[in-house]
Design a protein around this ligand. Structure first.
Ligand code: ES4
Ligand code: ZN
Length: 324
């Protein structure tokens, strides 16, 4: 089964590039930029990567991203993730990046997007990997800051497919970003949002009704509301589920209780993704293997999950035809 999973060509739809920052690369970049980080060894890092909730993780994630300064830093970060895609047989990936994590520290939007674009072209040439970019707004910041980010993105619009919403969910409902999402859609960006990861099912309702998302990131807590489940099925909205992220951030107590199979059984188009693999210790194949074993998923169910990712990707129809 493990070989079967590894051998399948896959798409990844929920991946934060800043969350793919492996400690080894973080040490290298911190050293060349002469920035102090609070760890001396990989062991110390692993010890620090024990989280009790989303916020706990985010504090460490933003601190890690703080060593990224130059275009080459972002390029190296992205290339390291594409290398993992190659190793995991990911042939199509939709990469989220958080501009505000960097622009708030004085790094230019252009530095980030130029590096990502170069890496995308090189990964396509080197490994044949197709990728799209999702510009994600930080929901703990005011909507005004997201508007500023939208404005900064416009010269690079042709390189960016979609807008997302991430960071601290509780207390920052999707409706806080109603206007900036409407403006983003007007500019041609496809809307997605994290909802129902830690937050309640009401936040998922807002993501679909107010932000009019094309996909829901996580969405696990939809299971608490039957009407919402019906609506998600009816509107054919996919969920980008991240099993080992849910486990590491304690949104799932044990992996055998993960809701993935329940979602599939209710007819929801669930997909499997790694979220922040460097922090949660697992890339996409490990996520598939963990849920396959814990939930006793059949080969057919694995194929359904993989097909869901391709079908609900933002690839062109022509690309989708070649994938499926
Ligand atoms: C995130 Cl797992 C998760 N949830 C919300 N925001 C995020 N940013 C990076 N990873
Ligand atoms: Zn995420």
């Amino acid at each position: 089964m493990q070989e079967f999973i590894a051998s399948l060509p896959k798409a990844e739809l929920h991946l934060h590039i800043e969350g793919s920052f492996e400690p080894e690369l973080m040490f290298d970049i911190a050293q060349r930029n002469q920035i102090e980080i609070p760890y001396k060894t990989i062991d110390e890092v692993k010890k620090a990567y024990q989280f009790s909730c989303l916020q706990d993780f985010l504090d460490i994630y933003y601190a890690g991203a703080g060593v990224l300064i130059h275009e080459k830093d972002f390029y190296d970060l992205a290339m390291a993730y594409y290398q993992k895609c190659y190793e995991n047989n990911v042939i199509h990936t939709e990469i989220m990046f958080d501009p505000q994590t960097h622009t708030e520290r004085g790094i230019a939007f252009e530095t980030v997007i130029s590096a990502l674009q170069k890496a995308r072209l090189d990964a396509k040439e080197k490994w044949g990997i197709n990728s799209l970019f999702i510009m994600s707004y930080l929901r703990h910041l005011p909507e005004e800051s997201a508007f500023e980010t939208l404005k900064q993105s416009l010269p690079y619009k042709k390189w960016i497919t979609s807008v997302g919403l991430d960071s601290s969910e509780m207390g920052n409902p999707p409706s806080k970003f109603k206007d900036v999402f409407a403006a983003s859609v007007k500019e041609g960006y496809v809307p997605v949002a994290h909802a129902g990861e830690e937050g309640p099912s009401e936040y998922i309702w807002e993501a679909i009704d107010v932000l009019k998302v094309a996909r829901i990131d996580h969405g696990n807590r939809c299971l608490e509301d039957d009407k919402l489940v019906n609506e998600i099925v009816k509107r054919d909205l996919a969920l980008t589920v991240c099993p080992l992220s849910n486990l590491e951030l304690r949104n799932t107590d044990v992996i055998t209780n993960h809701p993935l199979k329940k979602l599939l059984d209710k007819g929801i188009k669930a997909t499997v993704n790694s979220d922040d693999p460097a922090y949660f210790g697992s890339y996409i194949n490990a996520n598939f293997i963990a849920v396959q074993e814990a939930l006793d998923l059949s080969k057919e169910e694995i194929i359904t999950l993989v097909k869901n990712s391709f079908k609900h990707s933002f690839a062109t129809d022509e690309q989708k035809k070649s994938y499926l």
